[in-house]
Design a protein around this ligand. Structure first.
Ligand code: PLP
Length: 415
């Protein structure tokens, strides 16, 4: 219903109807800040609790304002089901708590966002879940790492901060043959720039803190289930209960794991992010257009040793990237200077670009990943994770790219 043919991306989001109309005719979904919902009879509340009828009972489980954001994301992505959480990390943790079991393994790249690496390598290991790190450029290595206990293939759409792109359609084809779900963190490029279902992704995890929050207004995340994986075909994963074999993941997530863990998104965040969804395409186009301009500019600077942006001719991932992304591959880019000291001096001389973590704020942000996001990992671990101390990560915002170029030129002149 939400993804009617003929309607373009922003129209689908802006015209996505409320599931239950507001009694005052509010044009935007009000913020339902209450914890509990009242029922007219004991029978009705029992029916809602036992999922015999749809209804909100308690805001840790579902909430009308959050449901409205979930509907907008369904309209944007064309997914079968969407559930919103309190952070991007909560979506990854909830996804793997839904499908992993003691003795199972996850096949992935060591090139991951730091907290995701730590979740797999340290936190889930305590529960008997093994992580198998592979080079995701090598299909044979991926295939050799899988077995009957592989609960998922996981990767990031564009690795952060390595700027690599796995050939997801080819990996997905292989995983379909093996009945293993493909789960991808697609935070780096939203649905207006990338068709996850067409690429063969079964489940997406997204940090909505980034593009979707609309200027870093709030922390959140969504799990997007395309309903494309038939859980009944994998003997070990068939334990995931549910009537429809393709909706088993969502059913277990909603009815068991999500409510037991208690990391559902709050209504204030959902309201902010629903409004921001309406301008997502505009912001993405401007930011990613500027990122391409800046990547080309950086590549020409003599102080810059290497620039990472997958649309550049110099990127080994250009052809996969051009194939996956409709226009520009997002607003994150990286570049290397001659030393860590040069990176620090460059950062300290910037006037417009902000020294801050996070991605896809309206403001352009810079960070030195080795000393911050990966700062608490040992040197050996950083090496294993491919983290260089000469690398800077830039998240390009909505400022005029000419002003950003000037800021970069001035800071480079002082390193
Ligand atoms: C690619 C990626 N995935 C997940 C996360 C975690 O998101 P959150 O901070 O919303 O938990 C981040 C955070 O920077 C990220 O860059």
């Amino acid at each position: 219903m939400n993804n009617e043919k003929g309607k373009k991306f922003s129209t689908r989001i802006i015209s996505s109807p409320f599931k239950r109309p507001d009694s005052h005719g509010a044009i935007s979904m009000p913020v339902y800040r209450n914890a509990a919902f009242e029922f007219t009879s004991a029978e009705d509340i029992a029916d809602a609790f036992q999922f015999r009828v749809e209804g909100h009972t308690y805001s840790r489980i579902s909430n009308p304002t959050v449901e409205n954001l979930e509907a907008k994301i369904k309209a944007a992505s064309g997914a079968g089901s969407v559930m919103a959480f309190s952070s991007g990390m909560a979506t990854i943790a909830n996804t793997f708590l839904t499908i992993a079991y003691a003795g199972s393994n996850i096949v992935t790249s060591p090139h991951l966002f730091g907290n995701t690496f730590s979740l797999f390598k340290f936190t889930l290991a305590e529960f008997g879940v093994e992580v198998r790190f592979v080079n995701t450029d090598n299909l044979e290595e991926i295939e050799a790492a899988t077995d009957a206990d592989t609960c998922a293939f996981f990767c990031e759409l564009i690795t952060n901060p390595h700027m690599e792109v796995a050939d997801i359609p080819a990996i997905s084809e292989m995983m379909k043959r093996k009945n293993i779900p493909v789960i991808v963190d697609t935070t780096i490029v939203p649905w207006c720039g990338f068709d996850a279902k067409k690429a063969g992704i079964d489940i997406e995890v997204v940090s909505t803190t980034k593009y979707i929050s609309g200027g870093a207004t709030s922390v959140g995340g969504v799990i997007v289930d395309y309903g494309t994986f038939d859980w009944s075909k994998n003997k070990k994963l068939a334990k995931i209960n549910g009537v429809d074999p393709c909706l088993r993941f969502t059913s277990k997530l909603r009815k068991e794991i999500g409510r037991n863990i208690g990391a559902y998104m709050d209504s204030e965040t959902a309201s902010l992010q629903s409004s921001a969804m309406e301008t997502l395409e505009l912001r993405f186009e401007k930011m990613s257009g500027s990122a391409y301009v800046l990547a080309q500019f950086l590549e020409k600077q003599e102080e810059v040793i290497k620039t990472g942006y997958t649309k550049l001719e110099s990127s080994p991932y250009k052809s996969i990237s051009d194939n996956l992304f409709e226009n520009n591959p997002g607003a994150m880019l990286t570049f290397n200077l001659g030393s860590k000291q040069e990176c620090y001096r460059f950062m300290n001389n910037l006037q417009i670009i902000r020294r801050a973590t996070n991605l896809f704020d309206n403001k352009t942000l810079i960070i030195h990943p080795e000393s911050t996001i990966y700062g608490t990992f040992s040197p050996e671990m950083k090496n294993f994770m491919g983290i260089e101390d000469t690398l800077l990560r830039l998240s390009v915002g909505l400022e005029d790219p000419e002003d950003l170029k000037d800021d970069i030129s001035n800071a480079l002149a002082r390193i």
